[in-house]
Design a binder for this molecule. Structure first.
Ligand SMILES: Nc1nc2c(ncn2[C@@H]2O[C@H](COP(=O)(O)OP(=O)(O)O)[C@@H](O)[C@H]2O)c(=O)[nH]1
Ligand SMILES: [Mg+2]
Length: 271
C-alpha cells in the first residue's frame, strides 16, 4: 500500500486547534513497522477508554515505517479526531518517540502503550482510576503479585529479572516498584516537567522514576502476552543502551547523594 503523506501540522507536531479544548489524557502509541496491529490496538484502546467518559487523545508516533501505517491511522483519524498521527523522519528510538508525542499535546496526564497488543488496553480503566485517586504514576506491572510474563524463554526471563535487580539501588525507597521497566504506564505531566530524558532507550519509565518528581506510584498487575503480529525491535543495541542509561543514572544518583551529604554536613546544627 502506498503511504499517504500526513498533513504538515501532524509532521511538525503543531497541536490541533484549541476548539476541542485541552485533552486530559494523551496516550502515545509508538510504532515501528506495526501496520498489522495498529487498527486492532486503536480499536481496543478506544473501547476501553470510551466508557470512562474522559477527554483523551491517542497519538501514534511512527518513525517513518513506510508500511502503510500512515494511511491506516489517517483514515481512522478522519472519522475520530481524537486519534492523531505524528510521523518522525530521520529519527529512531522508542523513548524519543514517546517524548515527541507528549511534547505535542497539552494533556495533563500522559501515557504510553505498545502497539503490538502485548499490553492489554483493557487495563487502562484501572490505571486511570489510580491516577484519579491522586497517584503520580500508574504502571502496568509484569512483576507485581499476580502479574506474569506468558511464554517467555527462561533465559530472557532471567535477563529481565537481572536488569530489574540492577535498578533497585537507583530507586527511591518511598516509591520502590517491582517493574520499573514497564512500557505501559500513565504519569502526571507536572511530575516530569524539566526532566531530561534519553531519547534512544526503551526504558523511559525508569528515568521518570529516578529523575522525576514522583511521590506515589500504583502498580497494576497484568499478564504480558505474546505479540499479535510482527517482530520485536528490542535487540543487542537496546540492551547496550540500557546499560549505558544505568551507568548515567548511577552517576547522577551518586552525585546527588554526595551533594546532599555535603549540604547536611555544612548546616550549622550538624557542625
Ligand atoms: N516510534 C518508534 N517506535 C518503536 C521503536 N522501537 C520500538 N517501537 C515500538 O515500541 C513498542 C515496543 O517495541 P517491541 O519491539 O514490541 O519491544 P518488546 O516488546 O520489548 O519486544 C512497539 O509498539 C514498537 O513498534 C522506534 O525506534 N520508534
Ligand atoms: Mg512488544
Amino acid at each position: 500500500m502506498e503511504q499517504r503523506s500526513p498533513s504538515a501540522s501532524d509532521i511538525e507536531g503543531v497541536p490541533r486547534p484549541a476548539a476541542r479544548g485541552p485533552a486530559k489524557l494523551a496516550l502515545v502509541v509508538p510504532t515501528l513497522h506495526e501496520v498489522a496491529n495498529i487498527e486492532r490496538v486503536l480499536q481496543r484502546i478506544r473501547s476501553s477508554l470510551d466508557p470512562l467518559g474522559i477527554p483523551y487523545e491517542l497519538i501514534v508516533v511512527d518513525d517513518d515505517s513506510r508500511d502503510g501505517i500512515a494511511d491506516v491511522v489517517q483514515k481512522i483519524s478522519d472519522s475520530d479526531p481524537r486519534v492523531r498521527l505524528l510521523v518522525r523522519r530521520n529519527a529512531r528510538g522508542l523513548g524519543g518517540a514517546v517524548v515527541h508525542g507528549w511534547e505535542r499535546s497539552e494533556a495533563k496526564i500522559l501515557g504510553v502503550i505498545d502497539a503490538d497488543l502485548q499490553h492489554p488496553p483493557e487495563l487502562l480503566p484501572q490505571l486511570w482510576k489510580a491516577m484519579e485517586s491522586g497517584v503520580d504514576v500508574a504502571l502496568a506491572s509484569r512483576y507485581a503479585e499476580h502479574g506474569s510474563l506468558r511464554n517467555w524463554h527462561p533465559a530472557r526471563y532471567g535477563l529481565s529479572r537481572l536488569a530489574i535487580w540492577l535498578t533497585f539501588p537507583l530507586q527511591k525507597p518511598a516509591i520502590h516498584v517491582q517493574d520499573p521497566m514497564s512500557g505501559f504506564f500513565l504519569v502526571r505531566r507536572a511530575c516530569i516537567r524539566n526532566v531530561h530524558m534519553e531519547t534512544q532507550g526503551f526504558k523511559i519509565l525508569l528515568e521518570i522514576l529516578v529523575r522525576g518528581n514522583i511521590q506515589s506510584v500504583t502498580e497494576v498487575p497484568f499478564s504480558f502476552g505474546p505479540r499479535e503480529a510482527g517482530s520485536s525491535k528490542a535487540g543487542i543495541k537496546e540492551g547496550l543502551d540500557y546499560l549505558s542509561l544505568l551507568g548515567r543514572l548511577y552517576r547522577a544518583i551518586g552525585l546527588r547523594r554526595r551533594s546532599t551529604r555535603k549540604t547536611r554536613s555544612n548546616t550549622p546544627e550538624s557542625r
